[in-house]
Design a protein around this ligand. Structure first.
Ligand SMILES: NC(=O)c1ccc[n+]([C@@H]2O[C@H](COP(=O)([O-])OP(=O)(O)OC[C@H]3O[C@@H](n4cnc5c(N)ncnc54)[C@H](O)[C@@H]3O)[C@@H](O)[C@H]2O)c1
Ligand SMILES: O=C(O)[C@H](O)CO
Length: 313
């Protein structure tokens, strides 16, 4: 069994050794330009077009992350980036759910307990207790109730928050009100005080976080964009912050990453920025999941995380 690996910045040696330890029958190599030798499986993140093009010998392609928008965009721009009929699998959880819970909970509590405002007061040496937010006036809405959205919702319910979710199909998550599709989006947004985005980036969700959406939220709302920068219309957020419709935002993802140092979001007093670290790929857990999926494929069983190319995630 031959496996090829490509990641723009991960240390390939750790992955080659880790995969061969899990699959002793496999020979794992780092793919380099010009390598056209046969391969059974490919582990990739933003692979060059030539890496997979015409590799119909592949039995499966594994994305080294949860979001597959980049590879699907490459396929749209350069048809054939993904060999036709070869299954594309993504990472489901593999240690990202707990990280996303930690990140979301930290941000929710920061805004709910007004620590962001106390930070400003500290700079002013101002000793002023603020009126606490109340949980019944701090409804949290989660866009996307899949592996990560569901996990975050469950954690926030544990902390006593009113939580609702929005997804393509109805979800049964204890303590979480489920809203479905375009027909129920406005009802989902109305009264939501803190919005968490955990949607996949697809043609349907592109630019979803815009002025129209912000206007339906409770006045003085908060945004956590933990999914993709392509979801956010940045100027609409800046305007909503200026007008007070939005109180503050924490952004982990951006249309252009790394975020250019001259970008105005860096200096906005009510915007907090992190460098796409909300839930990183954890090599050990990722390799466990990928190796198990390869064994499944080799033994005629169904792998997990199979991407619906047409649906976009
Ligand atoms: N910032 C980070 O570090 C980080 C880490 C991991 C994942 N992510 C992002 O989080 C996203 C979600 O990951 P996941 O594993 O939970 O994905 P998932 O596929 O398990 O869940 C996606 C959810 O979005 C919903 N959805 C999709 N299209 C929709 C639409 N048009 N309307 C309404 N709902 C829609 C689905 O119903 C599902 O509930 C990823 O696609 C990725 O972009 C970011
Ligand atoms: O966006 C993703 O898929 C995460 O960053 C994991 O790499």
């Amino acid at each position: 069994m031959d496996i090829i690996f490509y990641h723009p910045f991960f240390d390939a040696q750790d992955w080659l050794a880790g995969m061969e330890k899990r699959l002793p029958q496999a020979k794992v190599r780092e793919w380099r330009r010009g390598d056209k030798r046969p391969a059974d499986y490919a582990l990739v993140w933003r692979p060059p077009h030539e890496m997979l093009a015409n590799r119909c010998d592949l039995k499966g392609v594994f994305a080294l992350g949860a979001g597959v928008d980049a590879i699907l965009e490459q396929e749209r721009q350069h048809p054939g980036t993904l060999p036709a009929g070869v299954p594309l699998m993504r990472l489901e959880d593999s240690g990202m759910a707990q990280q996303m819970q930690e990140y979301a909970l930290a941000c929710v509590l920061r805004y709910f307990r007004r620590f962001d405002e106390y930070q400003v007061q500290q700079q002013q040496q101002r000793w002023l207790p603020l009126v606490p937010h109340q949980q019944n006036d701090f409804t949290i809405g989660i866009l996307g109730a899949g592996v990560l959205g569901k996990s975050v919702a469950q954690k926030l319910v544990e902390f006593g928050f009113n939580v609702r979710c929005w997804s393509r199909s109805a979800k049964q998550i204890s303590g979480v009100q489920s809203f479905v599709g375009q027909a129920q989006q406005e009802a989902f947004l109305t009264g939501t005080r803190l919005l968490i985005n955990l949607l996949p980036n697809t043609p349907e969700t592109l630019g979803l976080l815009n002025q129209r959406l912000f206007a339906h939220l409770a006045p003085g709302a908060y945004l956590l964009n933990l999914a993709r920068g392509a979801h956010l219309v940045e100027n609409d957020l800046l305007q909503a912050l200026e007008q007070g419709q939005m109180a503050a935002a924490t952004l982990d993802v951006f249309a252009n990453e790394p975020l250019p140092p001259t970008h105005p979001l860096w200096r906005h007093p009510r915007v907090t920025i992190t460098p796409h670290i909300a839930a990183i790929t954890l090599p050990e857990q990722a390799m466990d999941q990928i190796a198990a999926n390869i064994v499944a494929l080799e033994t005629g069983q169904s792998p997990t995380g199979v991407v619906d190319i047409q649906r976009g995630y």
